[in-house]
Design a protein around this ligand. Structure first.
Ligand code: HEM
Length: 155
């Protein structure tokens, strides 16, 4: 943590008047796109807008999910290294990283085990219970990530 805090990147962010607020803005922008895309896809899996083909929605949203996830991690890391020792000890931050890991595993379960059969429940029919469960878990986990992220400043 001390090595990260003394890195030239951490030093540059600390020395700059506008770099930290800019990183915060980019962090918020990235996770807003991430959460928005995940939220809308999960609602479709839960059965909203059944006339909307799941495969077409996935093709539209998933590139933004991957891009915004990368952007959130990158900006989050730059925010983190500025005060790595203190933030690493922050319970809300630790909880957030655990929740991000669980949400990523849940998304991988969707990709690996159910998305291949999505043609069977693509349009106009109810998604299988397993798919709805994955969507509900995703909504709960990502909402908790946002909540724990906000609590970092309070703990
Ligand atoms: C990928 C999912 C992530 C989401 C959804 C997320 C969400 C959030 C939220 C909601 C906040 C509070 C923003 C505010 O109220 O101003 C926040 C702050 C923060 N996040 Fe993340 N974050 C994510 C990943 C990360 C990662 C991977 C790191 C570090 C490795 C990180 C580091 C931080 C830090 C240091 C803050 C505090 C910034 C400050 O208020 O000074 N985040 N994040």
């Amino acid at each position: 943590m001390e090595w990260l805090e003394s890195s030239w990147l951490a030093e540059s962010v600390r020395q700059s008047l506008w770099l930290y607020p800019l990183l915060e803005i980019l962090h918020i922008l990235s996770f807003s796109i991430l959460f928005g895309a995940v939220f809308l896809f999960d609602l479709r899996l839960l059965g909203f807008s059944r006339r909307l083909p799941i495969t077409a929605l996935a093709k539209h949203l998933f590139p933004w999910v991957y891009l915004s996830f990368g952007g959130t991690i990158l900006t989050g890391f730059c925010l983190f290294i500025v005060d790595a020792t203190a933030i690493a000890a922050n319970l809300a931050f630790r909880l957030k990283l655990l929740l991000i890991l669980l949400a990523a595993i849940n998304a991988a379960v969707y990709q690996k085990s159910v998305s291949k059969s999505s043609q069977k429940w693509n349009v106009g029919v109810s998604s299988p219970t397993k798919v709805k469960a994955i969507a509900l878990i995703s909504l709960i986990l990502w909402t908790a990530v946002i909540g724990s992220g906000r609590l970092i400043a309070y703990l």
